[in-house]
Write a protein that binds this ligand. Structure first.
Ligand SMILES: Cc1cc2nc3c(=O)[nH]c(=O)nc-3n(C[C@H](O)[C@H](O)[C@H](O)COP(=O)(O)OP(=O)(O)OC[C@H]3O[C@@H](n4cnc5c(N)ncnc54)[C@H](O)[C@@H]3O)c2cc1C
Length: 391
């Protein structure tokens, strides 16, 4: 990119930030605080951000989206979290949609993508994790047996977020038993499940209360019928399709963490300037300044890795290492910033009205989900440093 193009891109990114901010301003702290207290889904916000086309950023223009890159998509999610909101309510639409876009048939894409883009269908649910196998995905036990023109699905999933607020779910299942495949990554398939028609017809959804408002659930599938035409891509290749989406997911989550981190730093710095104890602002004490400054430095560093990963991704180059590192750095930085903000606010940080404790709980999730810090370090050890595989 030459200098003029870079300038043009920077201008576009700033305009994009401003337009996301103008929507987020309609949903202030009180909005998110009330939802948190009631464990309610941010229906109005999600509808608004969808209606304005932001969740369709990655959908190509021919299917009604805006055909933007991961950099722009990540800016959108970053700004939601930067405003004090929680993009976790809707982020999955961006990365789960990629499985359909990259591996779905032309007919599937024509059927679903325009509706996802205009908001008449929500693809917010992504069903991978299972209670008995956790991170060891290839051992998952949910099985889909093909009978005529249907798959009959039996099994259980856990921590499947937004299933009650989504129309569609990308579901990873086994279609060939583990003992019948050469490699454990073979024999897994991806099905597109119509949640609305499945509930009560083989699918039961039970909400799980968590420490933050995340609308996560447990799914029980008992002879759930899924039309065979809802298979995405080829049978048995589903694990690769899911892996394909992981880099996008890592980059987008990194951006949310950066948004959180910037929110914490700004709130902490503002409070430290205003709160007077011992006749001076607490921010005059280096014991208060340094943790906030350190968090700021770490967020800016993480952002550089997120930009690097996004640029590689958008050029179609391999970016597994960078996407994983961006996620790890950003999740650590936001957590550091959350701690600094809580400490800076003293007792008030623990009260609901300052929103620090709410965001503190929300950003803590990113140490574990959608991928835990250990698993990223394991990826870097094996794939970047060439260390022996540990699992
Ligand atoms: C709020 C929330 C929302 C979620 N949303 C979704 C969703 O929408 N869809 C979905 O499919 N999943 C979702 N998840 C699941 C999430 O991705 C998993 O919780 C996560 O991948 C870890 O799996 P687990 O909980 O089974 O932990 P386990 O696999 O039991 O691991 C427990 C701990 O041990 C560590 N560990 C395990 N094996 C190793 C190893 N070999 N080396 C080092 N450390 C290891 C892990 O890193 C982790 O810290 C969500 C989880 C939460 C909490």
């Amino acid at each position: 990119m030459n200098a003029a193009e870079q300038k043009e891109q920077a201008k576009f990114h700033e305009e994009l930030r401003q337009s996301v901010r103008s929507i987020c301003r309609k949903y202030p702290d009180e909005y998110w605080r009330e939802l948190d207290a009631e464990s309610a889904y941010p229906e109005a916000f999600v509808n608004d951000i969808t209606k304005n086309g932001f969740l369709a950023a990655l959908i190509p223009e021919e299917y009604g989206g805006s055909g933007l890159g991961i950099m722009e998509a990540s800016i959108i999610l970053e700004e939601i979290n930067r405003s004090g909101g929680n993009a976790g309510a809707c982020h999955a639409q961006m990365y789960t949609m990629g499985t359909l876009l990259r591996h779905g048939s032309l007919e599937q894409k024509r059927t679903y993508l325009p509706k996802i883009a205009d908001g008449s269908l929500r693809l917010q649910a992504f069903g991978v994790t299972e209670p008995n196998t956790g991170t060891d995905t290839t051992k998952l036990r949910t099985f889909a047996e093909k009978k005529g023109d249907k798959y009959i699905v039996n099994g259980q999933k856990v921590f499947i977020s937004r299933a009650e607020h989504s129309d569609l779910m990308i579901l990873l299942v086994r279609t060939t038993p583990l003992e019948h495949v050469k490699k454990k990554t073979e024999g897994l398939s991806v099905l597109l499940v119509d949640l609305k028609t499945s509930i009560g017809n083989g699918l039961t959804i039970k909400p799980i209360r968590t420490m933050m408002n995340h609308a996560t659930t447990e799914l029980f599938m008992e002879d759930l019928e899924v039309p065979a035409e809802n298979l995405i891509g080829e049978e048995g290749k589903g694990f690769r399709y899911i892996l394909d989406g992981m880099n996008a997911e890592r980059i987008l989550i990194a951006a949310e963490c950066i948004g959180d981190g910037r929110w914490f730093v700004e709130r902490a710095a503002n409070y430290a300037k205003e709160r007077v104890v011992f006749n001076r602002p607490i921010g005059q004490n280096q014991g208060i300044q340094f943790p906030i400054a350190k968090a700021h430095v770490q967020i800016e560093a993480a952002d550089l890795m997120r930009i690097k990963a996004s640029e590689l991704f958008d050029r179609g180059e391999s970016c597994g290492a960078e996407a994983n590192m961006a996620k790890l750095l950003a999740a650590d930085a936001s957590w550091e910033a959350a701690n600094a903000a809580l400490q800076t606010h003293g007792g008030y940080g623990f009260t609901e009205e300052y929103d620090i404790e709410r965001k503190f709980r929300e950003t803590r999730l990113y140490q574990v989900a959608p991928i835990s810090t250990n698993l990223i370090l394991s990826y870097v050890s094996e794939h970047v440093l060439g260390l022996p595989r540990s699992y």
